[in-house]
Design a protein around this ligand. Structure first.
Ligand code: CMP
Length: 456
């Protein structure tokens, strides 16, 4: 068997085809989890072509057993199908339980003894439920997949668990009422549901199950004999833990929904308590909080960009920076007709900086170690000595280049007028860029020259 199997190509463990197949498997398993207890409890069928659907579901389960032999695993980026792994799966309990879960006993019974009761048919179908735990392994696999939204998967998982528990209890509640009612009084008799159609009976059972599990019920459907009473106690106890389970899970899902916002809020909390402990003046605290608010609104958490992007290979990092800094690159005139390799070289060297209004970026006469590009906001270059304003800089402008070009002190002060988003280029990177890209160097020098002269 093994040489034959190893000749068939392997399926990639993360392929779309496998995901579609697994989705189908989940639906088949959920169909079985729903229909088997229902048929046994209500001794009824929901639709006429049930036998066809059962056959199709069984066919999918049997096909899956063969497919499992062909799912490869990834080794150093390559997909390989390991004979050992195949034989391992073959001997493994998974295989045995899958095989047991797929034995079409009920179909054979129905074909040879068409009058067999649905309860007996359901009993023969119970091994199908062995596949149920596999659904959670599939959900876990999807949850680990970066392309899938884990909140949606977890919510779906939770809904399935809750609905199936409600459904199973509803089936059992009806079964108990139906069986005990034959020898005495039951909830079915009191509610006058014995002769009602299956849909009404099922809906009443489900209603009782949901209300008893989530609250203690409304008291309109009540236990009428000892067995019903005992069952009600059990369901009530179960309800308490199920309720805690639902609340805990929903809270965790919601908390994870906006993880980056929560991380940022945590950071803000730490900053707030730090400023409180150090007794920083209220007005200054407000400015700091306003700053964080601005940063969140326009840039989310920029520190995260560097933390996360640092791990990436250079080419991917460059592509991401080109995308992130696109707005700036479009605004700065001297970048517009630049060669692509210049832009790629420059973007990885730029560091974002956000500044509040009325903040000094550069002080006249100090030594300069960096230059700036304006992405958002307004700044003014002025002389602190004379008070003369040289220029108001807007998005797309750059400043701080004179001290770097001439290794001199700052020729003016630069102050923010509004909240500003700047990109910083440090001297060592600036020098490298000038050296490698003479065209850029020429244009920066021309502008610097003009500015220097216009001050006199
Ligand atoms: P730097 O001298 O390094 O620091 C102050 C910056 O203000 C300076 O570089 C220029 O970028 C900018 N600056 C100085 N004078 C003017 C001007 N007349 N017009 C526009 N910008 C100026």
């Amino acid at each position: 068997m093994l040489p034959f199997l190893s000749r068939i190509p392997s399926l990639h463990p993360e392929s779309k085809l496998l995901t579609v197949w697994e989705t189908l498997l989940v639906f088949v398993t959920l169909y079985n989890c729903f229909i088997i207890p229902f048929r046994m409890a209500f001794n009824a069928i929901i639709f006429d072509f049930w036998f066809l659907i059962d056959c199709l579901a069984d066919f999918i389960l049997i096909l899956d057993i063969f497919l499992r032999f062909h799912i490869g695993y990834i080794d150093e980026g390559e997909i390989v199908k390991d004979k050992q792994k195949i034989s391992y799966y073959y001997r493994n309990t998974d295989f045995k339980s899958n095989l047991l879960a797929s034995l079409p006993i009920d179909i054979l019974i129905h074909l040879f003894f068409p009058n067999t009761s649905l309860i007996l048919m359901g009993l023969a179908r119970i091994p199908r439920l062995l596949r149920f735990p596999q659904c959670f392994l599939i959900f876990k696999k999807w949850d680990n997949n970066v392309y899938f939204n884990s909140a949606v998967i977890r919510m779906f998982e939770l809904l399935i668990i809750v609905f199936l528990i409600d459904h199973w209890i509803a089936c059992l509640w009806f079964f108990i009422g139906n069986t005990t009612g034959k020898s005495g009084e039951s909830w079915l008799q009191v509610k006058d549901l014995y002769l009602e159609n299956t849909t009404t009976q099922y809906l009443h059972s489900l209603y009782w199950s949901i209300t008893t599990l989530t609250t203690v019920g409304y008291g309109d459907i009540t236990p009428q004999n000892n067995i019903e009473l005992i069952f009600t106690f059990i369901v009530m106890f179960l309800g308490v833990s199920l309720y805690a389970f639902i609340v805990g899970n929903v809270a965790a899902i919601i908390a994870n929904l906006d993880a980056s916002k929560n991380r940022f809020r945590d950071k803000l909390g730490r900053v707030q308590s730090y400023m409180g402990e150090r007794k920083i003046p209220r007005s200054l605290q407000k400015n700091v909080l306003d700053y964080y608010q601005y940063m969140w609104e326009y840039n989310r958490d920029i520190s995260l960009d560097f933390e996360l992007l640092d791990e990436l290979p250079h080419s991917l990092k460059t592509q991401i920076y080109c995308y992130l800094y696109q707005e700036l690159l479009e605004k700065v005139p001297i970048f517009q007709d630049a060669e692509p390799c210049f832009i790629e070289d420059l973007v990885t060297k730029l560091k974002p900086r956000i500044l509040p209004p009325h903040d000094y970026v550069i002080r006249e006469d100090q030594m300069g170690h960096e230059m700036y590009f304006v992405k958002r906001g307004q700044l003014q270059a002025f002389s602190e000595k004379t008070g003369k304003v040289y220029s108001v800089m807007e998005p797309g402008c750059f400043f701080g280049e004179i001290a770097l070009l001439y290794d001199s002190r700052r020729t003016a002060s630069v102050k923010t007028l509004t909240y500003c988003e700047l990109f910083v280029l440090y001297k060592e990177d600036f020098d490298k860029v000038l050296e490698n890209y003479p065209k850029f160097s020429e244009r920066v020098k021309q502008i610097a020259e003009k500015r220097y002269q216009s001050r006199e």
